[in-house]
Design a protein around this ligand. Structure first.
Ligand code: UDP
Ligand code: MN
Length: 279
Protein backbone atom coordinates (compact mmCIF):
# COMPACT_ATOMS: atom_id res chain seq x y z
CA UNK A 1 0.00 0.00 0.00
CA UNK A 2 1.44 3.35 -1.00
CA UNK A 3 0.68 6.37 1.19
CA UNK A 4 2.43 9.64 2.04
CA UNK A 5 4.87 9.83 4.94
CA UNK A 6 3.24 11.21 8.14
CA UNK A 7 4.43 14.39 9.92
CA UNK A 8 6.06 14.23 13.36
CA UNK A 9 4.48 17.42 14.72
CA UNK A 10 0.93 16.10 14.56
CA UNK A 11 -0.13 15.36 18.17
CA UNK A 12 -3.47 13.90 17.03
CA UNK A 13 -3.99 10.16 16.64
CA UNK A 14 -2.59 9.36 13.23
CA UNK A 15 -4.04 6.61 11.03
CA UNK A 16 -0.54 5.11 10.72
CA UNK A 17 0.59 5.52 14.34
CA UNK A 18 -0.77 6.61 17.71
CA UNK A 19 -0.58 10.19 18.99
CA UNK A 20 2.89 11.69 19.24
CA UNK A 21 3.81 12.76 22.78
CA UNK A 22 5.44 16.18 23.09
CA UNK A 23 5.54 18.56 26.06
CA UNK A 24 2.17 20.31 26.09
CA UNK A 25 0.14 17.43 24.63
CA UNK A 26 -0.84 15.86 27.97
CA UNK A 27 -2.10 16.80 31.44
CA UNK A 28 0.13 14.95 33.86
CA UNK A 29 -2.04 15.50 36.96
CA UNK A 30 -5.06 13.78 35.42
CA UNK A 31 -2.90 10.96 34.06
CA UNK A 32 -1.09 10.44 37.38
CA UNK A 33 -4.41 10.13 39.16
CA UNK A 34 -5.72 7.63 36.64
CA UNK A 35 -2.65 5.37 36.79
CA UNK A 36 -2.42 5.66 40.61
CA UNK A 37 -6.01 4.46 40.94
CA UNK A 38 -5.13 1.36 38.95
CA UNK A 39 -2.03 0.83 41.13
CA UNK A 40 0.00 0.53 37.94
CA UNK A 41 3.40 -1.17 38.22
CA UNK A 42 6.08 -0.40 35.67
CA UNK A 43 9.05 -2.68 34.99
CA UNK A 44 12.15 -0.98 33.61
CA UNK A 45 14.59 -3.44 32.05
CA UNK A 46 18.19 -2.45 31.59
CA UNK A 47 21.26 -4.42 30.55
CA UNK A 48 24.63 -3.75 32.12
CA UNK A 49 26.99 -6.36 30.76
CA UNK A 50 30.74 -6.22 31.10
CA UNK A 51 32.06 -2.65 31.30
CA UNK A 52 28.58 -1.18 30.93
CA UNK A 53 27.95 -1.74 34.67
CA UNK A 54 29.80 1.55 35.08
CA UNK A 55 26.72 3.36 33.68
CA UNK A 56 24.28 1.86 36.17
CA UNK A 57 24.72 4.25 39.04
CA UNK A 58 23.89 7.40 37.08
CA UNK A 59 21.09 5.61 35.26
CA UNK A 60 19.39 4.46 38.46
CA UNK A 61 19.98 7.67 40.42
CA UNK A 62 18.52 9.85 37.69
CA UNK A 63 15.63 7.40 37.13
CA UNK A 64 14.76 7.82 40.82
CA UNK A 65 14.49 11.56 40.23
CA UNK A 66 12.59 11.60 36.94
CA UNK A 67 11.17 8.21 35.91
CA UNK A 68 7.56 7.47 36.95
CA UNK A 69 7.89 9.38 40.22
CA UNK A 70 5.06 8.47 42.62
CA UNK A 71 4.36 5.13 40.90
CA UNK A 72 5.38 1.56 41.58
CA UNK A 73 8.58 0.72 39.68
CA UNK A 74 10.73 -2.41 39.50
CA UNK A 75 14.12 -2.07 37.85
CA UNK A 76 15.23 -5.35 36.27
CA UNK A 77 19.00 -5.17 35.94
CA UNK A 78 20.42 -7.87 33.64
CA UNK A 79 24.12 -8.29 34.28
CA UNK A 80 27.03 -10.72 34.29
CA UNK A 81 28.72 -8.76 37.12
CA UNK A 82 26.47 -9.20 40.15
CA UNK A 83 29.08 -7.79 42.53
CA UNK A 84 29.36 -4.50 40.64
CA UNK A 85 25.70 -3.48 40.79
CA UNK A 86 25.65 -0.27 42.86
CA UNK A 87 23.29 0.24 45.80
CA UNK A 88 21.18 3.28 45.07
CA UNK A 89 18.66 4.63 47.61
CA UNK A 90 15.14 3.99 46.29
CA UNK A 91 11.81 5.74 46.83
CA UNK A 92 8.74 4.04 48.29
CA UNK A 93 7.22 1.31 46.11
CA UNK A 94 10.41 1.00 44.07
CA UNK A 95 12.86 -1.91 43.97
CA UNK A 96 15.80 -3.31 42.04
CA UNK A 97 15.80 -6.95 40.90
CA UNK A 98 19.18 -8.18 39.66
CA UNK A 99 19.15 -11.01 37.11
CA UNK A 100 22.31 -12.84 36.16
CA UNK A 101 22.80 -13.45 32.44
CA UNK A 102 25.67 -14.60 30.28
CA UNK A 103 27.71 -12.17 28.22
CA UNK A 104 28.63 -12.25 24.54
CA UNK A 105 31.96 -11.19 23.16
CA UNK A 106 30.58 -8.91 20.41
CA UNK A 107 28.63 -5.84 21.54
CA UNK A 108 26.21 -6.38 18.63
CA UNK A 109 25.36 -9.79 20.10
CA UNK A 110 24.79 -8.34 23.57
CA UNK A 111 22.46 -5.80 22.02
CA UNK A 112 20.58 -8.33 19.85
CA UNK A 113 20.23 -11.00 22.53
CA UNK A 114 18.56 -8.54 24.89
CA UNK A 115 15.15 -9.32 23.43
CA UNK A 116 15.70 -13.05 23.80
CA UNK A 117 16.86 -12.73 27.40
CA UNK A 118 13.96 -10.47 28.33
CA UNK A 119 11.46 -12.88 26.74
CA UNK A 120 12.96 -15.81 28.61
CA UNK A 121 12.62 -14.04 31.93
CA UNK A 122 9.32 -12.42 31.21
CA UNK A 123 7.30 -15.56 30.79
CA UNK A 124 8.11 -16.45 34.38
CA UNK A 125 8.15 -13.03 36.03
CA UNK A 126 6.91 -9.99 34.23
CA UNK A 127 3.45 -11.26 33.29
CA UNK A 128 2.44 -11.60 36.93
CA UNK A 129 4.42 -8.75 38.47
CA UNK A 130 4.18 -5.70 36.21
CA UNK A 131 1.61 -4.04 33.95
CA UNK A 132 4.02 -2.28 31.59
CA UNK A 133 7.55 -2.98 30.50
CA UNK A 134 9.96 -0.26 29.47
CA UNK A 135 13.20 -1.36 27.84
CA UNK A 136 16.05 1.11 28.00
CA UNK A 137 19.74 1.43 27.15
CA UNK A 138 21.98 1.89 30.18
CA UNK A 139 24.40 4.42 28.66
CA UNK A 140 21.81 7.11 29.26
CA UNK A 141 20.52 9.33 32.04
CA UNK A 142 17.16 10.87 32.88
CA UNK A 143 17.27 14.66 32.93
CA UNK A 144 13.60 15.62 33.04
CA UNK A 145 10.15 14.13 33.62
CA UNK A 146 9.36 10.75 32.02
CA UNK A 147 6.04 9.62 33.42
CA UNK A 148 2.82 7.74 32.80
CA UNK A 149 2.04 9.83 29.72
CA UNK A 150 4.21 7.35 27.82
CA UNK A 151 2.21 4.27 28.89
CA UNK A 152 0.12 2.54 26.26
CA UNK A 153 -0.22 -1.01 24.86
CA UNK A 154 2.68 -0.53 22.41
CA UNK A 155 4.87 2.54 22.18
CA UNK A 156 8.19 3.53 20.70
CA UNK A 157 10.39 6.60 20.37
CA UNK A 158 11.33 8.61 17.29
CA UNK A 159 15.05 8.43 16.53
CA UNK A 160 16.48 11.92 17.24
CA UNK A 161 18.88 11.66 14.32
CA UNK A 162 16.08 11.13 11.78
CA UNK A 163 13.55 13.58 13.09
CA UNK A 164 12.21 15.50 10.08
CA UNK A 165 14.09 13.29 7.58
CA UNK A 166 12.48 11.82 4.48
CA UNK A 167 11.68 8.12 4.72
CA UNK A 168 14.16 7.29 1.94
CA UNK A 169 16.93 8.52 4.27
CA UNK A 170 15.96 6.25 7.17
CA UNK A 171 18.57 3.60 7.96
CA UNK A 172 16.14 0.72 7.62
CA UNK A 173 17.62 -2.57 6.49
CA UNK A 174 17.26 -2.47 2.70
CA UNK A 175 18.53 -5.91 1.63
CA UNK A 176 15.52 -8.06 0.73
CA UNK A 177 17.31 -11.17 2.10
CA UNK A 178 16.90 -9.85 5.66
CA UNK A 179 13.70 -10.29 7.66
CA UNK A 180 14.07 -6.63 8.70
CA UNK A 181 13.94 -5.33 5.15
CA UNK A 182 11.80 -2.24 4.38
CA UNK A 183 11.34 -1.02 0.77
CA UNK A 184 12.31 2.59 0.05
CA UNK A 185 8.74 3.77 -0.51
CA UNK A 186 7.47 2.37 2.79
CA UNK A 187 7.88 3.30 6.44
CA UNK A 188 6.24 5.93 8.62
CA UNK A 189 8.84 6.83 11.21
CA UNK A 190 12.32 5.69 12.13
CA UNK A 191 12.28 4.48 15.71
CA UNK A 192 15.27 4.30 18.00
CA UNK A 193 16.22 0.90 19.40
CA UNK A 194 17.15 2.27 22.83
CA UNK A 195 13.75 3.03 24.33
CA UNK A 196 10.53 1.15 23.64
CA UNK A 197 7.80 -0.39 25.71
CA UNK A 198 4.22 -1.40 26.16
CA UNK A 199 1.97 -3.76 28.04
CA UNK A 200 3.80 -6.92 29.01
CA UNK A 201 1.85 -9.04 26.50
CA UNK A 202 2.60 -6.67 23.58
CA UNK A 203 6.27 -6.33 24.45
CA UNK A 204 6.60 -10.10 24.64
CA UNK A 205 4.97 -10.49 21.23
CA UNK A 206 7.34 -7.87 19.80
CA UNK A 207 10.41 -9.44 21.32
CA UNK A 208 9.68 -12.95 20.30
CA UNK A 209 8.94 -11.80 16.71
CA UNK A 210 12.18 -9.78 16.56
CA UNK A 211 14.16 -12.58 18.10
CA UNK A 212 12.75 -15.10 15.59
CA UNK A 213 13.65 -12.71 12.78
CA UNK A 214 17.28 -12.50 13.94
CA UNK A 215 17.42 -16.32 14.13
CA UNK A 216 16.19 -16.60 10.52
CA UNK A 217 18.67 -13.92 9.42
CA UNK A 218 21.51 -15.73 11.12
CA UNK A 219 20.56 -18.99 9.37
CA UNK A 220 20.77 -17.06 6.08
CA UNK A 221 24.14 -15.58 7.02
CA UNK A 222 22.90 -11.99 7.19
CA UNK A 223 22.92 -9.47 10.06
CA UNK A 224 20.63 -6.46 9.86
CA UNK A 225 22.43 -3.14 9.43
CA UNK A 226 21.25 -1.67 12.77
CA UNK A 227 20.84 -5.03 14.53
CA UNK A 228 17.89 -5.14 16.94
CA UNK A 229 16.86 -1.59 15.92
CA UNK A 230 16.32 -2.76 12.33
CA UNK A 231 14.04 -5.57 13.46
CA UNK A 232 12.16 -3.26 15.82
CA UNK A 233 11.49 -0.88 12.92
CA UNK A 234 10.25 -3.68 10.69
CA UNK A 235 7.94 -4.93 13.43
CA UNK A 236 6.51 -1.46 14.11
CA UNK A 237 5.73 -1.02 10.45
CA UNK A 238 3.47 -4.08 10.58
CA UNK A 239 2.15 -3.41 14.10
CA UNK A 240 1.06 0.17 14.55
CA UNK A 241 2.30 1.60 17.88
CA UNK A 242 -0.52 3.01 20.01
CA UNK A 243 1.70 5.93 21.10
CA UNK A 244 4.82 7.46 19.62
CA UNK A 245 7.24 9.42 21.79
CA UNK A 246 8.83 12.54 20.39
CA UNK A 247 12.64 12.85 20.49
CA UNK A 248 12.25 14.66 23.86
CA UNK A 249 12.27 11.10 25.16
CA UNK A 250 15.65 10.26 23.68
CA UNK A 251 18.15 12.92 22.79
CA UNK A 252 21.87 13.27 22.23
CA UNK A 253 22.87 16.82 23.09
CA UNK A 254 26.52 16.37 22.21
CA UNK A 255 25.62 15.32 18.69
CA UNK A 256 22.49 17.40 18.05
CA UNK A 257 22.64 20.44 20.34
CA UNK A 258 19.34 21.67 21.77
CA UNK A 259 17.00 22.96 19.03
CA UNK A 260 13.87 24.98 19.96
CA UNK A 261 11.47 22.29 18.75
CA UNK A 262 12.53 20.09 21.68
CA UNK A 263 11.24 21.79 24.84
CA UNK A 264 12.52 19.20 27.30
CA UNK A 265 15.47 16.85 27.18
CA UNK A 266 14.11 13.99 29.24
CA UNK A 267 16.32 10.97 28.58
CA UNK A 268 19.75 11.71 27.17
CA UNK A 269 22.84 9.92 25.96
CA UNK A 270 25.84 9.79 28.27
CA UNK A 271 28.97 10.36 26.18
CA UNK A 272 31.07 7.19 25.91
CA UNK A 273 34.21 6.07 24.16
CA UNK A 274 33.15 3.10 22.04
CA UNK A 275 36.71 1.86 21.94
CA UNK A 276 37.19 1.81 25.70
CA UNK A 277 33.76 0.56 26.71
CA UNK A 278 33.09 -2.09 24.05
CA UNK A 279 36.44 -3.89 24.12
N1 UDP B 1 25.27 -3.53 26.37
C1 UDP B 1 25.93 -4.01 27.50
N2 UDP B 1 27.23 -4.45 27.39
C2 UDP B 1 27.91 -4.44 26.22
C3 UDP B 1 27.25 -3.93 25.07
C4 UDP B 1 25.94 -3.47 25.19
O1 UDP B 1 25.36 -4.03 28.58
O2 UDP B 1 29.08 -4.85 26.20
C5 UDP B 1 23.87 -3.10 26.48
C6 UDP B 1 23.74 -1.76 27.23
O3 UDP B 1 22.52 -1.74 27.92
C7 UDP B 1 23.74 -0.78 26.08
C8 UDP B 1 22.93 -1.53 25.02
O4 UDP B 1 23.32 -2.90 25.18
O5 UDP B 1 23.16 0.45 26.47
C9 UDP B 1 23.18 -1.11 23.57
O6 UDP B 1 24.55 -0.96 23.27
P1 UDP B 1 25.17 0.51 23.02
O7 UDP B 1 24.57 1.47 24.00
O8 UDP B 1 26.65 0.38 23.02
O9 UDP B 1 24.64 0.82 21.56
P2 UDP B 1 24.40 2.30 20.96
O10 UDP B 1 23.35 2.97 21.80
O11 UDP B 1 25.73 3.01 21.02
O12 UDP B 1 23.91 2.00 19.58
MN1 MN C 1 23.23 3.15 23.89
Amino acid sequence: MVYPQPKERCPCPHPLAGPIIWEGTFNIDILNERFRLRNTTIGLTVFAIKKYVAFLELFLKTAEKHFMVGHRVTYYVFTDRLGDVPRVPLGEGRQVVVLEVRNYSRWQDVSMHRMEMISNFSRQRFLRKVDYLVCADVDMSFRDHVGVEILSPLFSTLHPGFYGAAREAFTYERRPQSQAHVPRDEGNFYYVGDFFRGSVAEVLRLMSACHQATVVDRAHGIEAVRHDESHLNRYLLDHKPTKVLSPEYLWDEQLLGWPAVVKKLRYVTVPKSHRVIRD
